[in-house]
Design a protein around this ligand. Structure first.
Ligand code: NAD
Length: 497
């Protein structure tokens, strides 16, 4: 098999000068500093982008604030939803172009870029669009008695919080930005997005489509650059009413602290995890291996909800590891632009180096690396999918988030001990439990600490289900009905008559 042919529109887009998008216009940026976008499959620079700073941050925040009080406030809830639906249609119309751009910038396989980055993003937009006309308060009965015959009417309103700052990681450069802008816009907020400095291009194209969809100027803005140069300027800006951040736990903690210090209490933090997949002894070996592949290795393991700790009944451990190794050795690793590729490179050099250092750590701690544990020869940031047998629950690889294609395996005998091991982590993003014993599953579900718990499946997000972490994995929820609480302010109104 070979690489697909790049669309002319993709090649032309890459050749443009890239900067920011403010008040409905592409903006080059005032400063001379630029940064490179590197294709992780070839380690070659494919574009350069202007490094934003205070000037661009201020202009974007002002544009978002003007639109919040002006054009977007005048747009009816139904029309807000229609704007998102038209954007979803345009994402689908330009699906191949956006998917190719994403694959070039992040190394995601083209099939996954088409299906998740673009296909799922369009569906999320449609889900959020449906809420625009359904966000409402309630009428309440006043509880205390009236002393002199006066009467009261009371109700609540859900009002948009204002300008939202959305800070995005590199693993899903379109989809995670769409989660944030879809939620913000349907509630009546406007948004300034800061993409990851590794993947700054895709949303620059999406906002052009947003303009074509009829979303007024200033409603969505983009400022590109690093966390220090742009992220902090946006989230400490006086016009910022809410921060929605997806990224690592250390950055999330910094942002949470800064938000609290400035007395800004609207923050959604979607952070990392060290998610567990636990298989009970009634699951046959082949099904366990199917489950492990689903839970741990999609997108090179660069999915926040992916499993990294695998608990296997000791009676099945050897057979599972043997079959898993066989299945991984048949996996097609290669160019992400080849439609038959199942695993592409890691998304950037820093991440690749971090994964190599974790392989080293596993060796130092005497873990048995049954498969992988090394980089692939040649250009690009490719590593092998890896299977590690842990010595104990205390091993680094059983505790530290790798965010890579590394499964670490520990056997167990006792199901009580299993629950304690699953919960013995500061994280609590996701977990999965695999069993055909429904009563057992129903008894274990309330005891597992995670924001989302799957039974007989893993890594499957749905816009109808609230998503977010417990413990150090985050604050707040995206999707479902739950997101509304985080993008609106609840106002109580009481009238005496
Ligand atoms: P990161 O924390 O390094 O960066 C995320 C974003 O924050 C980037 O845009 C970065 O420029 C910005 N940033 C960095 N420092 C900042 C600062 N001081 N102020 C403001 N912004 C700042 O994370 P990453 O490496 O891009 O992404 C990988 C991490 O994201 C993993 O830990 C993964 O688990 C997590 N993640 C979580 C979810 C979720 O929904 N819970 C989803 C995807 C990824």
């Amino acid at each position: 098999m070979s690489d697909i042919t790049l669309l002319a529109s993709v090649t032309a887009f890459l050749q443009r000068s890239h900067g920011h998008y403010i008040n409905g216009q592409s903006v080059q940026g005032q400063g001379d500093k630029t940064f490179s976008v590197v294709n992780p499959a070839s380690d070659e620079v494919i574009a350069t982008v202007n490094q934003g700073g205070e000037v661009e941050a201020n202009a974007a925040m002002q544009a978002a604030s003007n639109a919040f009080h002006g054009s977007w406030a005048k747009t009816s809830p139904m029309e807000r939803g229609n704007c998102l639906i038209r954007l979803a249609d345009l994402l689908q119309k330009h699906s191949e172009e956006l998917a190719q751009l994403e694959t070039l910038c992040s190394g995601k396989t083209i099939q996954l870029s088409r299906m998740l980055e673009v296909g799922a993003s369009a569906e999320y937009l449609r889900y959020f669009a449906g809420w625009s006309s359904k966000i409402s308060g309630e009428t309440l009965n006043v509880s205390l008695p009236s002393f002199s015959g006066e009467e009261y009417t009371a109700f609540t309103r859900r009002e948009p919080v204002g300008v939202v700052v959305g800070i995005i990681p590199w693993n899903f450069s379109i989809m995670i930005a769409i989660w944030k802008l879809g939620a913000a816009l349907t509630c009546g907020c406007t948004i300034v997005l800061k993409p990851s400095e590794y993947t700054p291009l895709t949303m620059l194209r999406v906002v052009e489509l947003a303009k074509e969809a009829g979303i007024p100027d200033g409603v969505i803005n983009i400022v590109n650059g690093t966390g220090a140069d742009v992220g902090t300027k946006l989230l400490t800006h006086p016009l910022c009413a809410k921060v929605t951040f997806t990224g690592s736990v250390p950055t999330g903690k910094l942002i949470g602290k800064s938000v609290m210090e400035q007395g800004l209490f609207h923050a959604t933090l979607e952070l990392g995890g060290k998610n567990a997949a636990a298989f009970l002894s009634d699951v046959p070996v082949e099904k366990i291996v199917d489950g492990i592949l689903e839970a741990g290795y999609l997108n090179q393991g660069q999915i926040c909800a992916a499993a990294e700790r695998f608990y296997i009944p000791s009676v099945h451990m050897d057979a599972v590891l043997e079959l898993l190794t066989e299945r991984l050795s048949a996996m097609r690793i290669g160019s992400p632009l080849d439609e038959s590729t199942e695993m592409g490179p890691l998304a950037n050099k820093e991440h690749y180096e971090k994964i190599l250092s974790l392989f080293e750590k596993a060796r130092q701690e005497g873990n048995e690396i049954l498969y992988g544990g090394r980089a692939l020869e040649g250009k690009g940031f490719f590593v092998m999918p890896t299977v590690i047998r842990a010595n104990s629950a205390d091993d680094t690889l059983m505790n530290e988030e790798t965010f890579g294609p590394i499964g670490t395996f520990l056997s167990y005998d006792d199901e009580e001990e299993l629950i304690a091991m699953i919960n013995a982590t500061p994280f609590g993003l996701s977990a999965s439990l695999w069993t055909n014993d429904l009563s057992k599953a129903m008894r274990m579900i309330p005891r597992i600490q995670a924001g989302i718990l799957w039974v007989n499946m893993h890594t499957h997000l749905d816009p109808a289900l609230p998503f977010g972490g417990t413990k150090s994995s985050g604050l707040g929820r995206e999707f479902g009905k739950a997101f509304i609480e985080y993008y609106t302010e609840l106002k109580s109104v009481m009238i005496r008559h």
